[in-house]
Design a protein around this ligand. Structure first.
Ligand code: B12
Ligand code: SF4
Length: 512
């Protein structure tokens, strides 16, 4: 995920170009691709012969696109690199830098094999990031016949048949959530062994593109069939994909169904060939309500690929889950995402966060948390409350990713103004770099590397950073470089020389 945020031209210098390497089958088709594309493939297999469909990576396109090709469908996860965490990191290197995601997508859509056969084929782009192309007005520039937005189960077959018949296609198709039985088992292997266990969420956060998708759990036999297919093609790791793990087979009002979750973990891990089970997203409120959940789901730790010396697990394993914390300001929380803390009232959000992470850490769950800087109407007081929360979590075992607010299409905040790096306040910069200071300290680099990094930061500031972002970035950056806190405390909001200001964590009580 983080690799996608790097500027493409430095990928080789930074030794991360391996992230674009792909594995192929003997005929050149892809060994694994994003799960959404596998779903599309499975839908097409219902009415096309297997030899009429090929799923491949950009580098192998010329093997499959030729005079007989009538339609090319492209999966767009983050095609222009303009979601929450992506383009902001590329901006640190100067304006002309394009994130890896955007560069790779451009390389794909402008591929010579597509251009050579453009006159007899239709180009259809779908996936969670299709909106970005419309947003930037690039559909006609790239000669895309149709952009498909949303869950496409009920649209794929008729659309591809119309394309094959050479009919003119609608420029945009807006899909609605399909019934459960319309979601097919993915026939082939997905990247990282992604297997969906739920779809949608229902907590209704205003900045989120899946907030309005109907919440549903995939039936266990469907999930297990997916897992067996992945394992059958060589996968030893399954990533249980969901907006919120604790919504799987949920009871009334987001009640966690622990027996169903335990069964899910044990049955998935019992599939022959599966050695690891990884997680995607989850929320903290269910953990604060029912702390035993994370202990009971110990398989998430036992079967994890992740290891860290601070884990007390016998093999130092820890479970990692993405958790959106987004803000420490109860005011902003109540305005934009109050469903996230249910059954706790929004006013208790910071306490739910501290308590939830404390409980997770005790069970060796080290979450990867995101914050959104620059939510619409964010005041200095709101930012201070986020900094207070960050300070309260300074000894937590976690990774914390600061992102900038992006008004995603298909969300209730689509018309709001996005946050911009160049306009961040001193407090927002402090928040941004304090997060990264935590991460560097927790995922400690070797000392020699750390010293080089520390020394490089002032050089960056005086040679480029000051010019790009102004002086407000200076002291926050110096915190990242481990300058002494007794020097920084005069210039920054958080005073790390004081250990006595730790936020007390009151006992949280659900409402109602
Ligand atoms: C798993 C996952 C990942 C995995 C991907 C591995 C994999 N094998 O897929 C990893 C961890 C690598 C990842 C990384 C990132 N991800 Co991601 N990811 C997800 C997640 C949790 C599940 C994806 C999934 O399988 N969904 C289920 C499938 C069935 O849905 P789908 O992909 O949308 O596909 C459907 C339709 O889109 C459509 N469709 C899909 N492909 C195509 C193709 C054609 C031709 C057509 C017509 C239709 C079509 O049909 C499918 C069936 O309905 C989603 C959230 C979610 N629940 O969707 C976020 C999500 C897609 N990711 C997101 C983001 C931002 C990223 C990153 C940019 C993160 C970052 N900032 O660094 C990176 C970029 C990665 C990249 N290479 O570009 C955002 C996208 C936001 C947006 N709308 O722009 C999402 C929505 C999370 C969120 N709520 O913010 N991600
Ligand atoms: S809890 Fe997460 S997935 Fe659900 S609406 Fe909020 S941000 Fe979106």
């Amino acid at each position: 995920m983080l690799l996608a945020t790097l500027p493409h031209q430095y990928a080789r210098v930074m030794g991360t170009d391996w992230s674009c390497a792909v594995e192929t089958n003997a005929d050149g088709s892809a060994k694994y691709v994003p799960n959404g594309l596998r779903v599309v493939e499975s839908l097409l297999q219902r009415s096309f012969r297997t030899d009429q469909i090929a799923v491949c990576h950009p580098d192998q396109l010329e093997l499959f696109v030729g005079p007989a090709t009538r339609v090319v469908g492209i999966h767009a996860h983050n095609p222009l690199g303009i979601t929450f965490a992506t383009d902001i990191y590329a901006s640190f290197y100067g304006r002309q830098c394009e994130p890896v995601n955007a560069y790779e997508f451009r390389r794909l859509i402008e591929h010579p094999a597509i251009a050579a056969h453009r006159h007899h084929l239709k180009l259809i782009v779908g996936g969670p990031g299709a909106w970005q192309i419309e947003h930037k007005g690039l559909q006609s520039h790239w000669h895309i016949d149709t952009l498909v937005h949303g869950e496409a189960e009920e649209v794929i077959e008729p659309l591809f048949h119309a394309a094959v018949r050479g009919e003119s296609l609608p420029p945009r198709v807006e899909c609605s959530s399909p019934p459960l039985d319309a979601i097919p088992v993915a026939g082939n292997r997905s990247t990282f062994g992604v297997v969906e266990i739920t779809r949608g969420c229902g907590r209704g956060c205003q900045f989120c593109s899946v907030a309005l998708r109907d919440g549903k759990s995939l039936p266990l036999p469907h999930i297990l069939e997916n897992v067996r297919r992945q394992a059958g093609q060589g996968a030893d790791t399954i990533m249980l994909t969901t907006e919120d793990l604790f919504l799987y087979e949920q009871g009334k009002r987001f009640a966690t169904n622990l027996p169903a979750l335990k069964r899910l973990f044990s049955e998935v891990s019992a599939v022959p060939g599966i050695r690891h089970v990884m997680l995607t997203h989850g929320t903290l409120a269910p953990v604060a309500v029912q702390p035993a959940i994370v202990d009971e789901l110990h398989l998430a730790v036992d079967l994890s690929l992740n290891r860290h010396p601070d884990s007390t697990h016998a093999e130092n394993r820890y479970a990692m889950m993405f958790v959106g914390l987004e803000t420490g300001s109860p005011r902003l929380f109540e305005k934009f995402m109050k469903g996230k803390s249910y059954p706790f009232p929004p006013s208790q959000w910071p306490d739910v966060v501290v308590k939830g992470i404390e409980i997770m850490n005790r069970a060796n769950w080290f979450p990867m948390c995101t914050f959104i800087i620059g939510l619409p109407g964010e005041t200095r007081e709101d930012t201070k409350q986020s900094l207070d929360l960050l300070y309260a979590l300074r000894d937590a075992k976690w990774c914390v990713i600061p992102t900038l607010f992006v008004p995603l299409d298909e969300t209730r905040l689509a018309a709001s103004e996005g946050a911009q790096l160049a306009r961040l306040t001193d407090l927002q910069w402090e928040f941004f770099f304090t997060c990264w200071r935590y991460n560097i300290d927790f995922f400690r680099r070797e000392r020699s590397v750390q010293w080089k990094f520390n020394a490089g930061i002032p050089l960056y500031y005086y040679s480029l950073g000051r010019r790009l972002f102004g002086p407000a970035i200076k002291y926050p950056l110096f915190r990242l470089a481990h300058f002494p806190e007794r020097y920084l405390r005069r210039h920054l909001y958080l005073d790390f020389t004081r250990r006595d200001t730790l936020r007390p964590v009151p006992c949280t009580e659900p409402v109602g």
